[in-house]
Design a protein around this ligand. Structure first.
Ligand code: PNS
Length: 161
């Protein structure tokens, strides 16, 4: 059984993330969406809120599960028996950071293979940070995030006003 780990902040999950989760199930048996807080980012949603939201959005995928994690990603990958680490590449600007992270993860765990995936063309411009900004100013979230995430964003923005 081939298990992939798709790790990230997912603050919040976008249509691009969702697209990659579903695409990855085309070549792995199980994908574990691993949610953590990136030390260089200040999150809008707690890890628990993000896990609950993602679980709702991908509830129709029995081969996908969502788990929170702390510490090093490679240690979590070992714990769950993942052999592939999925990361999305949207543009050339993503590459340098992703390449460095892939090499560091290989240094820490030689048997965990990083796989870069390209999201669907209509989602390549979407990032969680831009989605948060659009939500903050009351813009339309149609086509950027799923309806459940859009509702959670509206509530979060209203609560933080
Ligand atoms: O969605 P993001 O913020 O780009 O995801 C980055 C993430 C969370 C995958 C990365 O920061 C991470 O793996 N954090 C866990 C700690 C870790 O293993 N750091 C070393 C990475 S080389």
């Amino acid at each position: 059984m081939r298990t992939a780990i798709y790790a990230g902040s997912f603050d919040p999950l976008t249509q691009g993330h969702e697209d990659l989760i579903r695409r990855s199930l085309g070549f792995v048996d199980r994908v574990v969406v691993a949610v953590t807080t990136n030390v260089s980012k200040q999150p809008l949603f707690s890890v628990e809120e993000r896990v609950a939201l993602i679980s709702r959005v991908i509830a129709d995928e029995p081969r996908a599960e969502v788990r929170p994690f702390g510490g090093l990603l490679v240690d979590f990958a070992r714990d769950i028996g993942a052999t592939l680490l999925i990361r999305g590449l949207r543009a050339v600007s993503d590459f340098e950071y992703e390449y460095q992270m892939a090499l560091m993860n290989r240094h820490l765990h030689a048997d965990l293979e990083t796989v870069f995936m390209v999201p669907s063309l209509d989602t390549t411009y979407i990032s969680s940070s831009l989605v948060r900004e659009v939500a903050r100013y009351g813009g339309s979230l149609d086509g950027l995030v799923s309806p459940a995430v859009a509702e959670a964003l509206r509530q979060k923005v209203a609560a933080t006003r």
